[in-house]
Write a protein that binds this ligand. Structure first.
Ligand code: SF4
Length: 462
């Protein structure tokens, strides 16, 4: 997961990029970067950590220029290191080019091997650098032609923002796994991973970039072209389940609306289950619990105080850090919990270790029974498209039955939402084009290289 933001033709380009990235901080907290186009010279500033820590007033002042692209990173392919921070900047035959990428290229190992045999020297371990080397090798008459030639060689998921002197380009993979939205602010164009970033930065959302579509913003105008035929539109349903901000619009509705509806459908599926209160694991679980409460009539209560200053446990790439932050961030509210049977809703269950800690802490605080309800189906297969789910070995639902998972997490009951309900809650009939591969094990593209890394057969799930 990563977040990208871009803006053209604006005197406050770097400041607006800061605002956009700050709004997208939930999509990645490892590193951030901004590159500006200062009259044909690309200036950049990158760092490890949060947007507010990296971009001091002084740092922003050095980022002169009227167009900018920015990136917040959470590592998927490539380790957590400053050399993998984005945007990446490369000197090419077309001049300087910067790129910000959200997604995961599933054929990057094979492409990298071919490029290295041809003499390419890679500066990072990130899959994103592959596109820059492909562009150097297979050239077109302009940057957009070069991209149109090379993007179809990539497999997997990508939303890109490219910046070159006088030019800003956005592109989305032919399946549309990862989001990319176009916005306008006066005469400026904006690109962002989520609508919330465009709106917080003062702009208006125009539309999504379509799967397989590229937009070139040059001389104050935007032109659109298709670089590949759209394949089955399979946007990642995990955006609604966990990643996207509740005020962002995905598949025609706010994420908040989808989550509320998921909660209501969960209540319908769990009709007859007896409890005193319903609650959610903050933050995303809270909206699910509100939907559940309204549908079932069961009172909603907050059972945890969340400390917002510890970072997101799922988003920390290192297991040791993940466990440490999980301890820190949720404190049970005793009086609400004591003697109660609680339906507790969480967005997903990945390894089971966090749920186990949560159940333990509620029971220690005096809960009578914990009925765990998961607002998505069991995750039985890894994601190869940019979400950091672990290998099959670590995915608890891949290895244990529901009953065994219940016992492992220490809950009195365990319920999962059905896939049908999840899909129907996330979009209108015409908008239900979702990737659900991690719930089904059936993939939408070849996943060779990454599958190898996970110890799966080369054409896993196809
Ligand atoms: S496999 Fe799952 S997490 Fe990955 S893109 Fe598809 S729905 Fe999203």
């Amino acid at each position: 997961m990563c977040g990208i933001f871009a803006i053209s033709d604006n005197k406050d380009a770097s400041r607006l990029a800061y605002v956009g990235l700050f709004t997208l901080q939930h999509r990645g907290q490892e590193s951030a970067g901004i590159v500006t186009d200062d009259n044909g010279l690309l200036r950049h500033s990158l760092g490890m950590g949060l947007v507010s820590e990296i971009f001091t007033k002084d740092a922003l002042e050095t980022l002169k220029g009227r167009s900018a692209i920015g990136h917040v990173r959470y590592s998927t392919t490539g380790s957590s290191h400053i050399k993998n921070a984005q945007p990446l900047v490369l000197d090419s035959y077309l001049g300087q080019v910067a790129v910000a990428h959200n997604g995961n290229l599933t054929n990057s190992d094979g492409l990298k091997e071919q490029l290295q045999k041809g003499g390419a020297i890679f500066q990072s371990t990130s899959d994103t650098e592959v596109i820059l080397h492909l562009m150097a090798k297979h050239r077109g008459s302009s940057l957009s032609d070069t991209l149109a030639k090379n993007l179809p060689k990539l497999e997997g998921s990508y939303a890109f923002a490219f910046l070159a002197p006088g030019k800003l380009i956005g592109a989305r993979d032919p399946h549309g796994f990862r989001p990319l939205v176009l916005g306008k602010l006066g005469k400026s164009f904006m690109l962002a991973s989520e609508t919330c970033a465009i709106e917080v930065a003062g702009g208006k959302v125009v539309r999504e970039i379509a799967p397989g579509e590229m937009v070139t913003i040059e001389g104050g105008k935007a032109s659109f072209r298709r670089f590949a035929p759209a394949k089955d539109f399979t946007r990642c349903i995990f955006e609604q389940v966990y990643f996207a901000r509740p005020d962002s619009v995905v598949a025609g509705r706010t994420v908040q609306t989808s989550r509320y509806e998921i909660g209501a459908l969960l209540a319908r599926e769990m009709q007859g289950v007896k409890a005193d209160i319903v609650s959610g694991v903050p933050d995303s679980g809270t909206v699910y619990a509100l939907g559940f409460s309204d549908e079932s009539g069961l009172p909603f209560q907050t059972v945890f105080m969340r400390n917002h200053y510890t970072g997101r446990s799922f988003i920390q790439p290192d297991q040791r850090l993940r466990e440490f932050t999980a301890h820190l961030k949720l404190a049970p509210i005793r009086d609400v919990i004591q003697g109660k049977t609680i339906i507790l809703i969480d967005d997903s269950l990945v390894r089971g270790t966090t749920s186990r800690k949560i159940v333990k802490s509620l029971k220690k605080a005096g809960a009578r029974k914990i009925i765990m309800a998961i607002a998505s189906p069991a995750i039985i297969s890894p994601c190869f498209y940019g979400i950091d789910t672990p290998s099959k070995k670590e995915l608890i639902a891949c290895n244990l039955t529901v009953e065994k998972i219940r016992r492992f997490i220490g809950a009195d009951e365990l319920h999962y939402l059905s896939l049908e309900s999840l899909v129907s809650a996330c979009g209108d009939k015409k908008d239900r084009n979702f990737c659900v591969s991690c719930f089904t094990g059936k993939y939408n593209t070849r996943v060779d290289a990454v599958a190898k890394a996970y110890g799966l057969p080369a054409k896993a799930g196809l």
